[in-house]
Design a protein. Structure first.
Length: 34
């Protein structure tokens, strides 16, 4: 695999993980308010 492709894939995975974590944290906060 080319280094550039590997870096792009890693960045995409990191963004995906961050998005999921933010979503989970947001849902947790909503549940606590209710």
């Amino acid at each position: 695999m080319i280094l550039k492709d590997y870096i792009m894939m890693s960045i995409s995975i990191l963004i995906l993980i961050v998005t999921v974590l933010i979503g989970v944290a947001f849902l947790t906060l909503l549940e606590r308010k209710v």
